[in-house]
Design a protein around this ligand. Structure first.
Ligand SMILES: O=C(O)CCC(=O)C(=O)O
Length: 247
């Protein structure tokens, strides 16, 4: 068991939990280097159509804002998602009947202007049959601070259910709470040290700020689902071929 009873209680109460010590520094180093190598390869080949979706509009210079499905495409991330202590923690949080990484994403948030991620709920994107059957493990590849755009969470917001999201015309890739709901959400900054993991429930409100610093704020998110869960009301179509069964 990698999580203590108090940690499970915190997750149940707050809808998120930050944990350190589940990953080795060497594994985080390897993941960060591989993320940058993949980003550079991608930047060399990106199609004009994908530019709008994947480039960070706020950044100084030409940088990606994200890349999808590292667990499917990159051996290092596939291995990272199988780290035994991490998988044990996930199974404690969503149940021990086997889990799959349904989707995964690297968030780059480059220095000097990397853009924000508006407030949203992951379950709005995925629409799982059991709202408690998914958890995101968000892994800090750099120290995530208020200055470089750490996550913000609505503490306890997973108890209030899903809210309808909108897809703004200029950024349809950022499904998000309508302005009024976002303005009234009570969000708490949650800095995470490099290598730390912030787990969040699929309904927990979360988002992140701009990167106003000279440092990167890179992170990878593994969206784990319990194997008996189906997707009954997704906002988007996710390619099931990208899913990687873990246990
Ligand atoms: O890293 C970010 O800024 C956003 C992360 C996120 O939305 C997620 O992990 O679900």
């Amino acid at each position: 068991m990698s999580l203590a009873k108090e940690q499970l209680e915190t997750f149940a109460e707050q809808g998120h939990l930050t944990v350190t010590g589940l990953l080795s520094e060497a594994d985080v180093d390897k993941a960060t280097s591989d993320a940058m190598a993949w980003a550079n390869e991608t930047l060399g080949n990106i199609t004009p159509m994908d530019e709008h979706w994947y480039l960070d509009a706020g950044a100084t210079g030409r940088h990606l804002r994200k890349l999808d499905d590292p667990v499917h495409y990159r051996a290092i991330f596939k291995a990272l998602a199988r780290t035994p202590l991490l998988v044990q923690a996930v199974e404690q949080l969503i149940g021990g009947h086997g889990v799959t990484v349904y989707f995964s994403q690297i968030f780059f948030k480059p220095p000097e202007g990397g853009g924000p991620k508006p407030i949203h709920q992951d379950n709005f994107y995925f629409g799982p049959s059991d709202p408690d059957g998914m958890v995101t493990a968000w892994i800090a590849l750099d120290d995530a601070t208020i200055e470089n755009g750490c996550l913000y969470y609505g503490d306890g917001s997973h108890k209030s259910g899903l809210i309808d999201h909108i897809a703004p015309q200029d950024e349809p890739f950022n499904l998000q709470l309508p302005a009024e709901a976002a303005a009234s959400a009570n969000m708490t900054a949650t800095p995470v040290a490099r290598g730390g993991i912030s787990f969040h429930h699929g309904i927990t409100l979360h988002g992140s700020g701009d990167n106003n610093s000279s440092k990167w704020r890179r992170a990878v998110a593994f969206h784990y689902v319990r194997n008996d869960v189906t997707f009954v009301s997704p906002a988007w179509t996710f390619d099931p071929e990208m899913a990687e069964r873990i246990s």
